[in-house]
Design a protein around this ligand. Structure first.
Ligand SMILES: CC(=O)N[C@H]1[C@@H](OP(=O)(O)OP(=O)(O)OC[C@H]2O[C@@H](n3ccc(=O)[nH]c3=O)[C@H](O)[C@@H]2O)O[C@H](CO)[C@@H](O)[C@@H]1O[C@H](C)C(=O)N[C@@H](C)C(=O)N[C@H](CCC(=O)O)C(=O)O
Ligand SMILES: Nc1ncnc2c1ncn2[C@@H]1O[C@H](COP(=O)(O)OP(=O)(O)OP(=O)(O)O)[C@@H](O)[C@H]1O
Length: 488
């Protein structure tokens, strides 16, 4: 592509004064990582949280880039044109969109945001859309699925460059993107125009990144400003932040559709039963009863959100209901494993609200005793930990604090954090066993027939650490014990 076409896009979208560049320069690819540049690429230098992309400019030039974009003044000439912009991450979004010829233009683009439930709602919606004969891509936390092919992912929402690259190869009719608050503040979805945006809920998380809940909410709100003119917002208004968002968007004149328990919601959760799970949804045209495989009030919301989105796309409600009934759930989200007469659950809950829902779901399903095993990620919001301990010490019969991913934190340090949290905020029901596999063993030893063991935090993810048992995930560890039990 001609550099001048890319520059024109930057000038107009970022309202820059005219930039003079050589008309003959062509750009054969984009990179925001110096290790990924090739001959005639355009390199965008991003000032990151860890590294500064500007310090890799010379490296990128040596490797053949034809132009560099950045947001800093450079002390020296770099040998190729350097274009300074107010915000490199935003520029990367704008350039990626243009370079890949606005690849979302002929697709239905659905963004899902919220603290919890993005992945579950995405996969529910994917199942529904596919049952109607359309193809559907998902870009989200477990993996990215494009044209039915699975691509691993590092982030829930990838960089704008990666998103546009995936959109460019996608032949899918619909693309669902899980959009995190990190992504929204880092312009990872810059330039995309959404046909629909869903807000699942907002609760305590990521306050290591956002300075307050208000700031976290404002980040999420940005997605709703990226809706097309006729784009629809679907909001869980039983969540107080959702209700706040509804008011703000209605004031702005945006089409808003509400989900909630009260009469008058566009999609009302009119009735629920826990065991077996049953859901009655009422909307202006009638009611739909759904017998689901998914337990928990939180999943009633996830199902109703996906029902609402699919109905608003124009799909037949009977078909939507059938697709939800067939849905088996997402790996690592309330995934049940039987160990004789004990029910074990692997769940990805890593916020106070998710833990609350997860423990209550087990209680409603008839758990005799609940034994909860969980920990905290190193380098992640430490302010939510007290609340997580308080909730489990209230609801569980026993809980065991253990290691989750440590990231850059040492084992000694995290062990001390767990002991302090237990001393200060726990009660006699709790103990600390840092080795996660031994903590699970202890939970199994504590369990009698009819009891439930909930292992939360890691979900489907593999362990980062080596523990005493030769297993690689909570699921594997629980199967290991199930096999041990069956052998007597
Ligand atoms: C804190 C944070 O959000 N970091 C994200 C950010 O990276 P960064 O700005 O810190 O990158 P950096 O390492 O400082 O590097 C800066 C620049 O130098 C470049 N570089 C670096 C080294 C080099 O040799 N050459 C080079 O050019 C890098 O490519 C980059 O462009 O931008 C990257 C590209 O988009 C992200 O992959 C990265 O996510 C990291 C891996 C991360 O852990 N993020 C988490 C906190 C996150 O975003 N989580 C949310 C989910 C939250 C939820 O569960 O709700 C998510 O969307 O994944
Ligand atoms: N609607 C909901 N409300 C509260 N908690 C929920 C809801 N849906 C799921 N959860 C809890 O959150 C956990 C993660 O669910 P899910 O992966 O669907 O959310 P997510 O928003 O994609 O999370 P993340 O951004 O961390 O990947 C589940 O295992 C469950 O414990």
């Amino acid at each position: 592509m001609k550099l001048q076409d890319l520059v024109y896009e930057l000038e107009t979208r970022m309202k820059l004064t005219t930039i003079n560049i050589d008309e003959d320069i062509t750009v054969e690819g984009l990179a925001d990582n110096s290790r990924e540049v090739k001959e005639n690429y355009l390199f965008v230098a991003v000032k990151g949280f860890d590294k500064d992309g500007h310090s890799y400019i010379n490296q990128a030039v040596r490797d053949g880039v034809s132009v560099v974009i950045g947001e800093e003044d450079l002390a020296d000439e770099v040998g190729v044109p350097y274009i300074k912009v107010p915000n490199s991450r935003r520029a990367l979004g704008i350039l990626s969109n243009k370079f890949y010829h606005f690849p979302a233009k002929d697709k239905w683009l659905i963004g899902i945001t919220g603290t919890n439930g993005k992945t579950t709602t995405s996969y529910l919606l994917k199942e529904i859309i596919e049952s109607s004969g359309k193809s559907c891509a998902v870009i989200g936390s477990i993996q990215n699925i494009v044209n039915g092919r699975v691509y691993p992912t590092q982030n829930t929402t990838p960089s704008s460059l990666k998103i546009n690259q995936m959109l460019a190869i996608s032949t899918d009719d619909v693309v669902i993107i899980e959009v995190t608050s990190h992504a929204l503040t880092q312009y990872r979805v810059e330039g995309l125009a959404f046909d629909m945006a869903l807000f699942t809920n907002l609760s305590h998380d990521h306050l290591d990144y956002h300075s307050s809940m208000e700031e976290y909410f404002e980040a999420k709100r940005r997605l709703f400003h990226m809706l097309k003119k006729e784009g629809k917002a679907v909001i869980n208004t039983d969540d107080s932040w959702g209700a706040h968002l509804e008011r703000l968007l209605k004031d702005e004149g945006k089409p808003v559709f509400t989900v909630g328990k009260e009469e008058g919601r566009d999609f009302q959760i009119a009735q629920t039963e826990a065991n077996p799970p049953k859901l009655l949804i009422k909307d202006k045209n009638g009611e739909t009863t759904i017998y689901s495989n998914m337990s928990g009030m939180h999943n009633m919301y996830n199902m109703t959100m996906s029902f609402a989105a699919a109905a608003l796309v124009g799909l037949d409600k009977a078909l939507i209901g059938e697709a939800i009934e067939k849905f088996e759930g997402v790996k690592g989200r309330f995934q049940m494993i039987k160990i004789d007469e004990v029910t074990a659950v692997v769940d990805y809950a890593h916020t106070p609200d998710a833990i609350y829902h997860c423990l209550n779901t087990a209680r409603q399903a008839g758990a005799r005793k609940i034994i909860h095993v969980f920990g905290f990620r190193g380098d992640r919001d430490s302010t939510k930990r007290r609340e997580m301990v308080a909730i489990t010490s209230e609801i569980s019969d026993h809980y065991i604090l253990t290691f989750d991913d440590l990231n850059s934190v040492s084992g000694e340090e995290m062990g001390e954090v767990l002991r302090q949290l237990q001393d200060m905020h726990g009660n006699e029901k709790g103990k600390v066993i840092t080795d996660r596999t031994l903590a699970i063993r202890e939970a199994i030893e504590l369990a009698d027939d009819g009891d439930w063991i909930l292992v939360t935090g890691k979900g489907n993810e593999s362990y980062q650490l080596n523990y005493s048992l030769p297993t690689d995930s909570d699921e594997e560890t629980l199967h290991y014990f199930a096999l041990e039990q069956s052998r007597g």
